[in-house]
Design a protein around this ligand. Structure first.
Ligand SMILES: NC(=O)c1ccc[n+]([C@@H]2O[C@H](COP(=O)([O-])OP(=O)(O)OC[C@H]3O[C@@H](n4cnc5c(N)ncnc54)[C@H](O)[C@@H]3O)[C@@H](O)[C@H]2O)c1
Length: 245
């Protein structure tokens, strides 16, 4: 039986990170060709040697700084030259640099806004002309429960709230081209880096999960798979919460 994404071409920015790896695995299981656009080749090395996928030949890596417009455009050009189309973009690049507002530097503000918002804008802008021409495309963007507010995260909360506004507008621009644009809003997703945080803070995050547990990357990946497949073809402009209320 063909997979749910059989032969679809997917770009995943930050696709070699913790959640990105789980998405790549889910997409591969369903038959997609995945291009990981990440700026860290070591992560790709780790992926190639440690991660199980049905066919590693269907996964490729293009070293890309998602905040550099020329690198994003070059990556999209390479994907087109190899595959001839782009069906799916999962824009995952993001991260935080926490500080209370009176201690937050301009740099911390700019870095987090650029990492989460500008990178998403640049990757969407680069792929939409192709999706418009194809009259087909799925875009999934990465917000976070933190958009509801956390102490020390005015930059990250503002950026992740921005992702939702961006999703609303882009979905309205793209619907006439049969391109779906949705966002996921994960709560706490476990990974080895977060396992190292003090137990008290870990517990506080777990308590925000309706099931009182830390979600695994695959919990987010399977929701993104749904939003990237034709099963959700009538779903656009939505934000889906995972592992949080
Ligand atoms: N882990 C969580 O609990 C959680 C919860 C909600 C939302 N998120 C969001 O999920 C996304 C991924 O999180 P993760 O936990 O998998 O992070 P991660 O740190 O495991 O992965 C981030 C990846 O992004 C890559 N990267 C960083 N800057 C880049 C750039 N400029 N260009 C290209 N690649 C770059 C890194 O090399 C890394 O592979 C982020 O947007 C994050 O805000 C995470």
């Amino acid at each position: 039986m063909p997979g749910r994404l059989e032969d679809k071409v997917a770009i995943i920015t930050a696709g070699a990170g913790y959640i990105g790896t789980a998405i790549t695995q889910s997409f591969c299981r369903e038959g997609a060709k995945v291009v990981i656009a990440d700026f860290d080749p070591c992560k790709w090395e780790e992926f190639r040697t440690k991660v199980q996928v049905p066919d590693l030949n269907k996964v490729s890596f293009i070293k890309t700084d998602a905040n550099d417009d020329s690198q994003i455009r070059e990556m999209v050009k390479q994907v087109m030259a190899t595959h001839g189309r782009i069906d799916i973009l999962v824009a995952m690049v993001g991260g935080s640099k926490d500080a209370l507002i009176h201690k937050m530097t301009d740099e911390q503000w700019d870095q987090v806004i650029n990492l989460n918002l500008r990178s998403m804008f640049l990757s969407c802008r680069a792929v939409v002309p192709q999706m418009m021409e194809q009259k087909y495309g799925k875009i999934v963007l990465m917000s976070s429960r933190s958009y509801l507010g956390n102490i020390g995260q005015v930059n990250y909360s503002a950026a992740k709230a921005g992702v939702l506004g961006f999703t609303n507008s882009l979905s309205r621009e793209m619907a006439r081209y049969q391109v779906n644009v949705n966002a996921v809003v994960p709560g706490f997703v476990d990974n080895p880096r977060l396992q190292a945080m003090p137990e008290k803070f870990r517990q506080m995050r777990i308590e925000l999960n309706p099931f009182q547990t830390a979600a695994e990357p695959r919990d987010v990946a399977e929701v993104i798979l749904f939003l990237s497949s034709d099963e959700s073809r009538q779903v656009t402009g939505q934000s889906l919460r995972v592992a949080c209320w």
